[in-house]
Design a protein around this ligand. Sequence first.
Ligand code: NDP
Length: 283
Amino acid sequence: MANTVPDISLNDGNTIPQLGFGVFQIEPEDTAEAVGRALEVGYRHIDTAEMYGNEAEVGEAIRSAGLDRAEVFVTSKLNNGFHRPDDARKAFESTLAALRTDYIDLFLIHWPLPTRYDGDFVSTWKALEEFQRDGRARSIGVSNFQVPHLARLAAEADVVPAVNQVEAHPYLANEEVRAYDREHNIVTEAWSPIAQGKVLDDPTIVDIAEQVGRTPAQVTLRWHVQRGDIVFPKSTTPKRIEENFRIFDFTLDDAAMDRISSLDRGEAGRRGPNPDVFDYVPG
Ligand code: NDP
């Protein structure tokens, strides 16, 4: 079984590699090396954000890998604090300038911030619709949007987000949001797919890993891709960057999938902030 990363079709006709490389919490000075390693291994999808402070280094790594811009799918995200349309336009230009590119494959609203801006994320979304219309964002989507946030966009905006990037892993299956996404042709992207390492010593996951002769990280990432979600694990460890890439040359049977799904702890399993109340804006 060849280890080939599948492309997932988005509702706007574009495609995205189902596996990418995440760069949250990678220091700017370490980013070019980590991304360079990931590109060498075969990753062709990088997930960054203005908030991570390493867009410039991501762009630099892609250029120094000698790859054509078109060969790598790049996602970035609008930082909190830039939700007013004029601020969003400036922030988007800064993202393109930092990456030194004239288009981005996917641009997301990072957080809905429903308790700020009088609860208005719709005008922010309409700014992203502009970026897509003028061709500088090939696809647009959201991140950390809960069902009522998505329903509001459906009622008040024109474009359905291509993706919704939310926290998801065996301890937080996030089924309600995933079901809404599925019904509305929005692809779910699972952030912190291995719960920042916290699921890797779970006895069920360790047991399945032993049965299939893979590592707990590979088994967990495989569970995500068999659910149909997109993942982009982060690592600065070369061996792990390779390990996380080798998840398309084995499968989990239904019994193993069900055992992992049964680890869901609902809200108690959430590791990151709750999007309904998260209101952090950089100072
Ligand atoms: P992950 O679930 O990807 O876990 C990363 C952690 O796990 C690191 O500490 C890493 O250590 C360790 N690790 C990675 N691979 C292995 C392995 N094979 N075996 C053992 N340990 C391993 O967490 P992230 O929070 O980074 O999520 C991934 C990506 O999701 C982010 O980089 C970002 O792109 C995105 N994200 C988006 C958010 C949003 O709000 N939209 C929020 C959070 C993340 P080490 O590096 O030392 O190897």
